[in-house]
Structure formats: structure tokens, C-alpha cells
Design a binder for this molecule. Structure first.
Ligand SMILES: *[C@@H]1O[C@H](CO)[C@@H](O)[C@H](O)[C@H]1NC(C)=O
Ligand SMILES: *[C@@H]1O[C@H](CO)[C@@H](O)[C@H](O)[C@H]1NC(C)=O
Length: 509
């Protein structure tokens, strides 16, 4: 049988196939972000219990703004070595439950681009039960099998490990090695089903050093979701930045330090997904509310999230849009952080402070991530974005994209007011790539006169710094497994594709 035979016999079939596959490709392109980078959106699903306009349900989720969404959190049943729902009424359908798992994974029907994962762990789950489970090969084996069937049952595309953290918080030194084994065994079990395996990764240097064999876990994980936040908070007993992009030399608590350290330890850039916070850290101080001011460790909470020391961006922007609230803000160009503070309370003499990320912070962090060629951006968590669009749109988002401004490119206009931070991420990705390209051109033209800019003792991530090109990272296997790179070339090597083209040509001539 020759191609001619196959072709004549199945010409109509092939045409239908080509037409329908083009249709599928178009649908895929239309339902999600088109920038080709990863946008991982965590939903803290207990946000459904927040009062008033703070309540966030799966109906509020906009799947077109994320490539991946993570349902947080499921828990561990240490007796059964099994993953379990922590809120069966919200998560499951049994006993008239609300079926959250299947409502989220069901969004793939209308949004086929979307990958939906289930996260196990989180801060409140602690570390001890995970430490025990991974130390026992039998328990580990049982868990790996059970979790695979569990996530498949609800049509999830993958599992996200949120053990905070191996070796820490009543963990065991052996966790570091056992966590590698857990990843390896999960990978082996997931492979035949093409499931995604990812993990949240702590950002502090001491946690990275103790908890993770970075090179080994990178072999088995599809993506590392780096939790680049909580660098400072009320626990420090002084005012500090929640998520500073840079820090002075010798200070390891910054986004840049974390990312560059992981790259140095052998995490492949194309597997690193850099986390950004959609929340701030709060403080109360008898001083003026400057960075470094002492506090007695107390903080304050917001009306929606109701957690001491924590304010969602949606809560912060509500305060700031109230022009009679007496709050003022200050932008810090070194860290790309905002400090907002209240007037001094006349009764207790305390100033309330919150340090947080606004749209400009997020745009600058996207630029840094693109500069390092990372896979993309992760968000904790989209339920504290201004998802209802009740606040003012910030005007200075691309203030620090200097080369873009000079190129005269028109910045996009927003069609929607909701999800300002999440929209900034998607919007900033292509802009950042363009900005970086322009910077290099600019650099070749004008060369030296821009060096040294912004150097105030900070080990600066500076967009005029050529050292960013020194990050040559060994390439992993993500692209290979997903078959996304060189797709045109691959098609030419595919005999079926060649046959289809040949048939179409023979039809035309
Ligand atoms: C560990 O598991 C036990 C038994 O199920 C449970 O009582 C305990 O709360 C778990 N630990 C944490 C921190 O959740
Ligand atoms: C704005 O802030 C002032 C002062 O704190 C307060 O009295 C007022 O109720 C706030 N307005 C709104 C709309 O929240």
C-alpha cells in the first residue's frame, strides 16, 4: 500500500481531521494566555467563607487569566497514608456537597488550555505527619498509588506538593532524602497517565539548604513553585518588606537572592515558577512606621481575611481608595515594594503599617523573571486580587520599563477593571521581553554611561546589568516531554503530517 492508496481512500477523512484539528488549536489559543509563559494561580478555597465582598468561590475564577490553577489544600491521612479532603462539603459531591474539585476541573471543558492541580499540605498541616509517611517505604508506596487514583478520580491534571517544609517544624533531617524518593516514586506512577508533578518551595536560604536536594527534586518535578514572600512580617518585631525584589549585600532575604541561589544550585530556569504575593504583611509601631521601626510583635487584620499580620491586596486597595482614611503610601524603588501607613492613633499612639506588592511591583518582578528566563509566575493567591474590580486602576504600572517608554510603543488599554494584579502579570510578560530586548539594543548603542545606576549599597537587580546573561542553565526535559518546542520541525518529521500535506496538495492540483 502506498500513500496514494491511503490518500485516495481517506481523503475526506483527512480533510475533516485537518479542519477539526485546526479548530481545536484555535480554541486552545483563544481560551488562555497567549504569551507562552506559565501563570500558576493558587486558589485558597477557604476564601469562600470570607464575609461580604471578600467571599471568593470558584464561580469568581476567570480561567482565561491562568495557564495552571491549583486547588489549595487537601490534607494527609497519616493512618491510611492517603490524601484526603479537608473540607468534604466544599470539595466533594457526596451528601449534597458543593463539589469544588469537579467544578474546578470541569472548567477544562470550556477552557481546554487550563491545567488543574490539587495541592496537598499548606502551613496548617504542619510537617510531622509528612515526615513520618515519607520515612516508611511501605507508607510512601501506598500514598503514591492512592494519590494517583484520587487525582484521576476528580479529573485533576496533577498534584502540587505543599509540605512546609521537609526537615523543618518537627520534621527530620532524613526528610531531605526521603522527599527526593517521594518525588521520584510519584513521577514513576504519574508518567503513564501524563500527570503533572509540582511542588511549592520555601524561599529562605536556610530552608532551601536544609529541606531540598534541589538538583535531585528538579529531575522529577515539572515545575518548582517558589514561595517568594513572607521574607519579613510581624514575627520579626520590626517593620519589614513582605517580598523585596532585592536586598542590600549580605542579606539573603530577597526574591532575587532566592531565585539566583536556586539557579546556582542547579534548578533549571525553565522549571522555576517565581511566586508573587497578592497580599501584604502588617505591623503596628509607636514610631513613624518606617522600615526597621521596632514593634512589640503585634499587628492587625483585615475585614475579609481576618488573620493577624496579613492583608489581602483587595483589602489594602479598599483602604487606599478612601481619601479620608488618612493613609499614605511610599514607593521603594530598591525593593519594588509599597509601604502604606495610617496616621498615629490618638488613643494608643500606634501607627499601622502594611508592606505589599502593587501592580508596579508585580510588573517589575515579571521583568526580573523574564530576565532570568524563568518558566513563569505563580500567584498566592488570586482570591485576594481585586477580583471584583472595586478599586482604582493604578496608572504607573510600567514606570520602570524605561526602554519601552522610549521606544514609543503604546501600552495596552484595559477592558476590565477586575483582577488588576493578575492582568498585570499576563500583560507584563510580552512587554518585559520587549523591554529586555530594547535594553540590549540600547546598551550596544550607548554603552557605559548607564552603569552604576541605582547603586545605594544594594546588590541590585538592575535592568542595565549585563550579568543577567551569565545565567547559563543546563536544560531539562520539560520541553521534550511536552513536545512544545520546535513543533514545526517535528511536524515535518512526522509521516502522518507529511501524508496529510501530500493529500491536500494532490487534491488541489
Ligand atoms: C497529624 O495526624 C494526626 C492524626 O490524623 C492529626 O490528629 C494531627 O492533627 C495531624 N497533624 C497536623 C499538624 O495536622
Ligand atoms: C474612610 O475612612 C474614614 C476614616 O477612617 C472612615 O470614617 C470612613 O467610614 C471611610 N469610608 C469608607 C467608605 O469606608
Amino acid at each position: 500500500m502506498t500513500w496514494q492508496h491511503i490518500c485516495t481512500g481517506s481523503r475526506l477523512f483527512l480533510i475533516l481531521l485537518v479542519v477539526s484539528s485546526v479548530g481545536v488549536m484555535e480554541t486552545k489559543a483563544k481560551t488562555g494566555p497567549v504569551h507562552g509563559k506559565v501563570v500558576v494561580c493558587y486558589i485558597s478555597t477557604w476564601a469562600v467563607y470570607r464575609p461580604g465582598h471578600g467571599a471568593y468561590s470558584i464561580d469568581n475564577f476567570d480561567p482565561s487569566l491562568c495557564t495552571h490553577v491549583v486547588y489549595a489544600f487537601a490534607g494527609l491521612d497519616p493512618e491510611l497514608s492517603a490524601i484526603k479532603s479537608l473540607d468534604p462539603w466544599q470539595d466533594l459531591k457526596e451528601d449534597y456537597g458543593k463539589g469544588g474539585y469537579e467544578r474546578l476541573t470541569g472548567l477544562k471543558r470550556t477552557h481546554p488550555h487550563l491545567k488543574v492541580s490539587l495541592a496537598i499540605g499548606g502551613w496548617n498541616e504542619g510537617s510531622k505527619n509528612y515526615s513520618r509517611m515519607v520515612a516508611d517505604p511501605m507508607a510512601r508506596g501506598k500514598f503514591v498509588k492512592q494519590v494517583t487514583s484520587f487525582i484521576r478520580r476528580y479529573n485533576f491534571d496533577g498534584l502540587d506538593l505543599d509540605w512546609e517544609y521537609p526537615t523543618q517544624r518537627d520534621g527530620n533531617p532524613a526528610d531531605r532524602e526521603n522527599f527526593v524518593l517521594l518525588c521520584k516514586e510519584l513521577r514513576e506512577q504519574f508518567q503513564p497517565h501524563n500527570l503533572l508533578l509540582t511542588s511549592a518551595i520555601g524561599a529562605a536560604k536556610n530552608v532551601i539548604d536544609q529541606a531540598y536536594d534541589v538538583r535531585q527534586i528538579s529531575r522529577y518535578l515539572d515545575f518548582l513553585h517558589i514561595m517568594c514572600y513572607d521574607y519579613h512580617g510581624s514575627w520579626d518585631r520590626k517593620v519589614g518588606y513582605n517580598s523585596p525584589l532585592t536586598a542590600p549585600q549580605g542579606d539573603a532575604l530577597s526574591v532575587q537572592y532566592t531565585i539566583d541561589y536556586l539557579l546556582k544550585l542547579g534548578a533549571p530556569a525553565e522549571k522555576i515558577v517565581m511566586g508573587v504575593p497578592f497580599y501584604g504583611r502588617t505591623f503596628k509601631t509607636p514610631y513613624d512606621g518606617n522600615i526597621g521601626d521596632d514593634t512589640d510583635g503585634t499587628a492587625f487584620q483585615g475585614p475579609y481575611t481576618r488573620e493577624d499580620g496579613f492583608l489581602g491586596y483587595n483589602e489594602i486597595c479598599q483602604i487606599l481608595k478612601n481619601k479620608t482614611s488618612g493613609w499614605t503610601t511610599m514607593w521603594d524603588p530598591e525593593t519594588s515594594q509599597v509601604v502604606a501607613r495610617s496616621e498615629k492613633d490618638v488613643f494608643n499612639g500606634l501607627v499601622q503599617v502594611v508592606t505589599f506588592d502593587n501592580s508596579r511591583s508585580i510588573a517589575n518582578k515579571v521583568k526580573f523573571a523574564m530576565d532570568r528566563n524563568l518558566a513563569g509566575i505563580m500567584v498566592w493567591s488570586i482570591d485576594t486580587d481585586d477580583f471584583l474590580g472595586e478599586c482604582e486602576i493604578e496608572e504607573d504600572v510600567y514606570e520602570d520599563f524605561r526602554h519601552l517608554k522610549h521606544s514609543g510603543l503604546r501600552l495596552p488599554t484595559r477592558l476590565h477593571n477586575n483582577y488588576p494584579l493578575l492582568r498585570t502579570i499576563n500583560e507584563a510578560m510580552p512587554l518585559a521581553i520587549e523591554e529586555i530586548k530594547n535594553k540590549h539594543h540600547h546598551h550596544h548603542d550607548e554603552d557605559h554611561d548607564m552603569h552604576g545606576h541605582g547603586d545605594h549599597g544594594h546588590r541590585n537587580y538592575d535592568d542595565d546589568d549585563d550579568s543577567v546573561e551569565d545565567n547559563e542553565i543546563p536544560h531539562g526535559s520539560v520541553e521534550d516531554r511536552k513536545g512544545e518546542s520546535n513543533s514545526a520541525l517535528r511536524k515535518l518529521q512526522n509521516p502522518f503530517f507529511v501524508a496529510v500535506v501530500w493529500c491536500l496538495l494532490s487534491l488541489v492540483f
